[in-house]
Design a protein around this ligand. Structure first.
Ligand code: FAD
Length: 450
């Protein structure tokens, strides 16, 4: 492509877009390319901050004209290793965050750049909610299209189980709507296939009634990790689907990592107190507890912006004593003086009972272990990710092999296959060939067109 052609295409994009365009020499480019993981130093060729779906069509058309890969930014919480936006066109949806709730239909239309916090704020006044990521700032579209675990998934299923429709701009810059009746094969592929098939300008999500919610956070003294995990396992052996939560190790600026348990309950605090019996029987300090809005749970793991981040996860077939020990050793070995956390959360309930056949290969696993390193000092760039890798390696004997791709970065194509389910891959590749034959959308957990 001649320089003059690229130059005039960029000028035309600036003219046509209702939103904003940032080239590397523009003021605002550096702020516009920043993402959650401060390690990421991604340098897109052009950033198109779109104001609406028509802008997304214009941007994708521009990208095709210049033969650019197209990357998508919703909430910016994707793992940097999969974003690979250097030299790409970045379609930035951070201006497209409107959420419209229809309380009668029990559904919401959520624009492609809306965050989990935006959705909760719009839905909760009606006593409605759906499974959201465990952080308010994550993008809804990225979370849902990647499957989507969360505090409420044992009750409402992985986030993608509530997907009713997707408004998409495809690689051909065409606007399509995918649902059970329209482009059904594409709709199937969007249940876990992430951003492989186009830019989702809006999702329609089913909302569920959540009239009451309560929460308990219990912090334990050093050395109690294994007892806490065993008590937690006991609680979830018979727990109703309304109960969610996690055992987690939290690193603090002073002292070593501490083990805690979070319980979330779609019901009142009295019921939660009874269910939490085995965990309350261990010596603990109580954190926030009682009848609280669901947003209190979503705030628990809030992270200040500007930290470096590395995460991974393994789905576990069970929690025999050696697995408990391996998890606790990983938690105890967490690098100090960071905001890191190591979660062990239960699945089961509606996660396991949800529809078969979608590319959500991890739904059968009863447990997921999820180490997340967060750190500020670039000197820890080796040590913190190493801890994540070692924590996962230690769990390898009990890993089911599947994993929710949202929770991992670029760990190689074998994990993409495992996350989607090897049996689904050929079908996904066929859908990819139909909607993105040139693999324009490849800054992601990539599915190649066959
Ligand atoms: C602090 C934190 C907490 C998290 N908690 C959870 C959790 O509890 N459960 C869970 O499942 N995951 C969780 N995640 C992972 C998160 O859900 C995924 O990384 C998700 O992809 C983030 O979406 P995003 O829009 O914020 O990220 P982005 O970086 O903007 O997008 C990530 C990828 O998603 C795709 N994408 C995003 N928006 C669109 C769109 N509108 N159209 C098409 N493709 C799109 C693109 O492929 C993009 O590369 C968490 C991540 C962080 C950092």
């Amino acid at each position: 492509m001649a320089f003059s052609t690229a130059h005039s295409a960029l000028a035309a994009l600036r003219e046509d877009l209702a939103g904003e365009v940032f080239a590397p020499w523009d003021p605002g480019y550096d702020a516009a390319r920043a993402v959650f993981d401060a390690r990421a130093d991604l340098r897109p060729a052009v950033i198109a901050r779109c104001a609406d779906a028509a802008d997304v069509v214009r941007a994708v058309r521009f990208g095709r004209e210049l033969d650019l890969r197209v990357a998508v930014r919703g909430g910016g919480h994707g793992a940097a290793g999969t974003a690979a936006t250097d030299g790409a066109l970045l379609v930035d949806l951070s201006r497209m965050r409107r959420v419209t709730v229809d309380p009668v239909a029990g559904a919401a239309r959520v624009e492609g750049g809306a965050t989990t916090g935006d959705l909760d704020r719009a839905a909760l006044p009606y006593g409605l909610a759906t499974t959201g990521a465990r952080a308010r700032t994550t993008g809804v579209a990225g979370h849902v299209l990647g499957g989507g675990t969360g505090w409420l998934d044992r009750l409402f299923g992985p986030a993608v189980d509530s997907l009713l429709g997707v408004e998409l701009v495809t690689a051909g810059a065409e606007r399509v709507r995918a649902s059970a009746d329209e482009h059904p094969e594409l709709f199937w592929a969007l249940h876990g296939g992430g951003g492989n098939f186009g830019v989702a300008t809006a999702l329609t999500l089913r909302l569920h009634e959540l009239p009451r919610f309560s929460l308990a956070l219990l912090r334990y003294p050093p050395g109690y990790g294994a007892e806490v995990v065993r008590a937690f396992r006991e609680v979830f052996r018979t727990a109703p689907d309304e109960l969610g939560g996690a055992v987690l190790y939290l690193a603090g600026p002073a002292g070593g990592p501490r083990c805690a348990a979070v319980l979330t309950y779609a019901g009142g605090a009295d019921g939660l107190r009874d269910l939490a019996g085995p965990l309350r029987a261990l010596p603990h300090e109580a954190g926030p507890a009682g009848d609280l809005p669901y947003t209190a749970a979503q705030r628990l793991l809030d992270t200040p912006p500007g930290l470096r981040h590395h995460r991974s996860a393994r789905c576990l077939a069970g929690l025999p004593p050696q697995t408990v020990d391996a998890f606790c050793a990983g938690g105890e070995g967490m690098p100090a003086a960071t905001g890191s956390r190591y979660l062990l959360f239960p699945q089961g309930g509606a996660v396991a009972a949800g529809p078969r056949g979608h590319p959500v290969a991890w739904r059968d696993a009863p447990w997921t272990a999820h180490p997340c390193a967060l750190w500020a000092d670039p000197a820890d760039d080796g040590r913190a990710p190493r801890w994540v890798r070692q924590a996962c390696a230690a769990l390898a004997p009990w890993s089911t092999g599947a994993v929710c791709l949202n929770l991992i970065g670029d760990e190689g194509p074998q994990w993409v296959r495992a996350g989607l389910g090897a049996g689904n891959v050929l079908r996904l590749e066929k859908v990819k060939r139909r909607y993105d034959p040139d693999n324009v959308f490849r800054c992601n957990h990539n599915i190649r067109p066959v």
